[in-house]
Design a protein around this ligand. Structure first.
Ligand code: UTP
Length: 285
């Protein structure tokens, strides 16, 4: 999970608080995404972070003193919440010294892989893909077709220029397409499809070799999609699973607010009051 970015869209907060730890109701987005990885069968979580963002990995460590205090006070529900993150998955850290791009961040995790790891799942902690479960489908597609598998959303054509867009051909399965290429942020009339990339990748280990061979792109950053494009050009099979569900982009304040309201409305403790307040607030505007 790459979590070493600067989070500039959340300044000034991200001067001191990593955006990955901002709470969706009461739980950081990164825990929601770690839970998704654990549910899909992942046993190890490599968090790529920077020296300044140590708090992200601390979040997945047990806090014995706090746990003891909560236990003594009989705060069992809070104790359960505090233990939940560390219990999900065995988290370890890889360091990206400088934010040189998502591709570079993924490359920083290579040293944590074992000889037995022939693929790696990359989950962006600021992207919630709902309902959870797409990684399991992506693993099935890799088992069938080999190579690498990415996640796509079918986006309205007028919004397509905000995304990386896949050039695809059909397969026998309605939700699986073979990828011929990718275009970053095309205009609506030049987009090769309406299938846009979102933050889930199941990448063959070959991606690390590709990451060493690509040149920095926009902003001097190493782009993960450039490494995937290189693999495609060399005949490596790449497919997408088209996920027909919802998603929240936690990476910017607007998307984050929608996620927080969406999750809070479903929350038994906060939902009913928030619903009433929102209705009253909307009637005023
Ligand atoms: P984003 O582009 O959403 O994050 O990258 P950012 O660069 O931190 O945010 P802005 O654009 O400045 O607001 C997606 C994920 O990849 C990580 C980020 O931490 C985020 O979780 N990332 C990005 C890295 O780990 N290293 C990088 O060099 C870039």
């Amino acid at each position: 999970m790459p979590a070493a970015g600067l989070g500039t869209r959340f300044l000034p907060t991200t001067k001191a608080v990593p955006k990955e730890l901002l709470p969706v109701v009461d739980t950081p987005g990164i825990e929601l995404v770690a839970a998704e990885a654990a549910e899909a069968g992942a046993q190890r979580l490599i968090i790529v972070t920077s020296p300044e963002k140590q708090a992200v990995t601390d979040y997945f460590q047990p806090q014995p003193e706090l746990e003891r205090t909560l236990a003594e006070r009989g705060k069992d529900a809070l104790l359960e919440k505090v233990r939940r993150g560390p219990a999900l998955i065995a988290a370890e850290t890889a360091i990206q010294e400088k934010a040189l791009g998502l591709g570079h961040a993924v490359g920083c995790a290579e040293g944590n892989l074992t000889d037995a790891d022939d693929a790696v799942a990359v989950l962006l902690p600021d992207d919630l893909v709902l309902p959870r479960g797409v990684l399991t489908r992506m693993a099935e597609v890799r088992a069938q077709h080999g190579g690498s598998v990415l996640c796509a959303f079918d986006v309205p054509r007028e919004q397509i220029s905000a995304y990386g867009v896949f050039d695809v051909t059909d397969t026998d399965a309605d939700d699986v397409k073979r990828v011929r290429g990718m275009v970053e942020k095309p205009s609506p009339d030049e987009a090769p499809s309406t299938f846009a990339a979102v933050g889930r990748y199941l990448l063959d280990r070959a991606v690390f070799d590709a990451l060493r061979r690509i040149e920095p792109g926009a902003g001097g950053e190493l782009q993960l999609t450039d490494a995937v494009a290189l693999l495609i050009s060399e005949g490596h099979p790449v497919h997408v699973v088209v996920h027909r569900g919802g998603r929240h982009d936690l990476g910017n304040p607007g998307g984050f607010l929608k996620a927080a309201v969406d999750f809070a409305l479903e929350d038994p403790e906060y939902g009913p009051d928030l619903r009433d307040w929102l209705a009253e607030r909307m009637s005023r505007s």
